[in-house]
Design a protein around this ligand. Sequence first.
Ligand code: AMP
Length: 282
Amino acid sequence: MRIIEGINELKAILKEYRRTGKTIGLVPTMGYLHNGHLSLVGASRQQNDITVMSIFVNPTQFGPNEDYEKYPRDMEADSQKAEAAGVDVLFAPSVAEMYPRGYNTYVETFGITEVLCGKSRPGHFKGVCTVVLKLFNIVGPDRAYFGQKDAQQSVVIRKMASELNVPVEIIVCPIVREKDGLAMSSRNVYLSADERKAALVLSGSLNKAAAAVRDGERETEKLKDGIKEMIGGEKLADIDYVEILDGDTLEYKERLSGKMLFALAVKFGHTRLIDNIVVEVV
Ligand code: AMP
């Protein structure tokens, strides 16, 4: 595995791969790798000749009072995990490499970024779209891999790629969970033992809502109330949002129909976790 920090160097290497007809898969991450990230590598390796993983804690997607400085980082362990998973090229640029002094250009989005995490974290998707578009332009991947864990991000990136005519196929991979149901996240390391236990209420409440849908419930507000009630019963949990939206358009519907995204963000102490489930309603 090659570890590259410079944009020009990476471009030169990838140009050579492309010249020899190799297809390229891109897995963008912020590092502190876990099996969720590595599942994206597995998917990329199945579909492409070369897998490029980026590790970049992107400052422009964090709000002023968020955890940018504190975000967990471990380049040593990450490069070992990436190599063992079969990453061919690890791109780990500095902030100055990605945003040189005087940097002035951002991607702006509307509508789909005004709900869910976009509502709670103003400017977050501006930063996400900007860095992902830069990565698309730097790497020029045939396919790029994202996790359903960040459901809104997948919808936003897919739309950005389509609307800005980026010639890349967006692949969204399923959420990888711990055995007890907690969605894997780099931020799980922040949790105390009690908070870790309490956080099971996230997958628990989503699964319960999905069961209610299977039993015939179709009213969005009733289902949301059920989730909020269950999470509210957990002392350490502080709800940011619980939403049920159309899975493709992120629009609100009073009654469930088609592909529905059940999404939530909940704080445990200082740690904000997200989780979601997609339910197909016929
Ligand atoms: P992050 O490093 O948190 O920005 O995540 C990088 C990519 O990995 C994003 O596309 C995430 O959606 C994806 N990812 C993070 N956690 C998981 C998980 N538990 N299962 C599947 N994909 C994940």
